[in-house]
Design a protein around this ligand. Structure first.
Ligand SMILES: *Cc1c(COP(=O)(O)O)cnc(C)c1O
Ligand SMILES: [Zn+2]
Length: 426
């Protein structure tokens, strides 16, 4: 991995060699989240935008030269397995939704179409390669559900054992995924935050490779691939990489928004895009620690845990684990944090589905609800090129979806009954 210079602590700025520390900066317990530092000169001399966008690999592995993995191990694991199908999800133009909002250019990045139906596949894929590099027998994570489903599902694809800690309240579809994929599932009678702490304690005790968000420094690196994809998918032959003006991201722990920022920072550092998009972090009103910190101008390290409660389970986080990167993403890009109520989130599910054909789980619909709120508050201009990250499929939480729509018509099996409900088309 000669393209990596080291790991830099986001708290104290100290840099470590890649083999000197495994997870966090030893000076700050679990808060010293590390950021991977790349040698952009070396990368830029091996790779160009034209070469990158010309790759025949339509998955995150087209970006291997920009990822912290052993290329050989990644290729071996990804070839012929589901791991090779992570990423390169569609960026769908949404003209009807744009029209409704008075916008001209709107796209939905549909990450519900990842192999295990959420954005988390991007990070778990990297964890599996890292675990294989060190020949770990077991990989563990705590999760509100999707990160675990991604780890279990992709782990099953490559024959990796997984042990998962999820809060007892995780939606059933996510727990079903874990069990079907053969993970050992520990349903923790507590919150996500408690499941997380327990997993952090257990991993070294039992000798497991630890995938936890904002603890394992490589998870943001997997998540950053979405930024590369968006810029590629908006590109043209004349300009192979083109950044949008604004990206709406649903935020729980803040690892996704931090990852999106990292991907864009990579492209800026390489000189491959000319402007940093404004990053818009969207949180549920019942889990809004980052919105409050942003409004108050607080330092990430001064944030206090809140009692998180929202229907959007994937963005429920009392003390966002990746708060340093998450606040920096919005502050440094000139974006904003926005809170949306559970009612606004639920209302966004059918609007998004009917306006562009994307069925999103509540956390993913929150990003769209954030765009609606931003338009209402005049935070976005009508000519801006806007991308909304739809981070997970609606099939992940059918009970949540059913709260957002009415009941179907129950009828007798007769034409008369059909006629009593619908009119002929002509
Ligand atoms: C995990 C997740 C998020 C939030 O990501 P963070 O990194 O925790 O901020 C949003 N949407 C979905 C569907 C997720 O699974
Ligand atoms: Zn440090």
């Amino acid at each position: 991995m000669r393209h990596i210079l080291g790991l830099k602590c986001t708290v104290c700025g100290r840099e470590y060699g890649i083999d000197d520390v495994e997870y966090v900066c030893p000076l700050h317990d679990n808060e010293g989240v590390l950021d991977v530092v790349y040698d952009y000169t070396a990368i830029g001399s091996d790779l160009s935008p034209t070469r990158m966008t010309g790759s025949a690999d339509h998955s995150i592995w087209r970006y291997t030269p920009l990822l912290p993995v052993d290329a050989g191990v990644a290729r071996r694991l990804a070839t012929g397995t589901t791991l090779g199908g992570v990423g390169w999800t569609p960026l769908l133009p949404a003209p009807r939704l744009a029209g409704k909002l008075g916008l001209k250019h709107l796209w939905i990045k549909d990450d519900g179409r990842e192999p295990t139906a959420s954005f988390k596949d991007r990070a778990s894929a990297i964890a599996l390669v890292k675990a294989r590099e060190q020949e770990s027998r077991v990989v563990t994570t705590a999760s509100t559900g999707n990160a675990a489903a991604a780890l279990a599902g992709l782990g099953a694809a490559v024959g990796q054992s997984t042990i998962i800690f999820v809060p007892r309240t995780a939606p059933q579809a996510k727990v079903a995924q874990l069990l079907v994929f053969g993970a050992t599932v520990l349903l923790v009678d507590g919150t996500y935050d408690e499941a997380f702490e327990l997993c952090l304690e257990a991993a070294p005790e039992f000798g497991w490779y630890n995938r936890n968000t904002a603890y394992n420094p490589y998870m943001s690196e997997g998540k950053k691939t979405v930024a590369y994809e968006i810029c590629e998918q908006l590109g043209s032959p004349a300009r192979p990489l083109q950044a949008p003006d604004r990206i709406f991201v649903p935020v729980g722990d803040g690892c996704i928004i931090g990852g999106v920022h990292k991907g864009l920072r990579d492209l800026m550092a390489l000189g491959w895009i000319s402007q940093m998009p404004k990053l818009m972090g969207v949180q549920a009103a019942g889990s809004d620690a980052l919105v409050s910190a942003w409004e108050r101008g607080s330092n990430a390290l001064d944030m206090q845990p809140i009692r998180a409660e929202t229907i959007a389970d994937s963005i429920s986080a009392g003390l966002p684990r990746d708060r340093i990167k998450a606040l920096a993403a919005v502050r440094e890009s000139g974006g904003a944090y926005i809170r949306v109520s559970d009612a606004e989130i639920l209302a966004a599910i059918p609007v998004l589905a009917q306006g562009c054909g994307v069925f999103a789980e509540p956390a993913a619909a929150a990003a769209y609800a954030g765009l609606v709120a931003a338009v209402e508050r005049d935070l976005v201009g009508p000519d801006e090129r806007i991308v909304v990250l739809a981070t997970g499929s609606g099939l992940k939480d059918v009970a949540g979806a059913m709260k957002s729509v009415g009941q179907p018509h129950t009828i007798e099996p007769s034409l008369a009954a059909v006629r009593s409900v619908v009119q002929p088309a002509n």
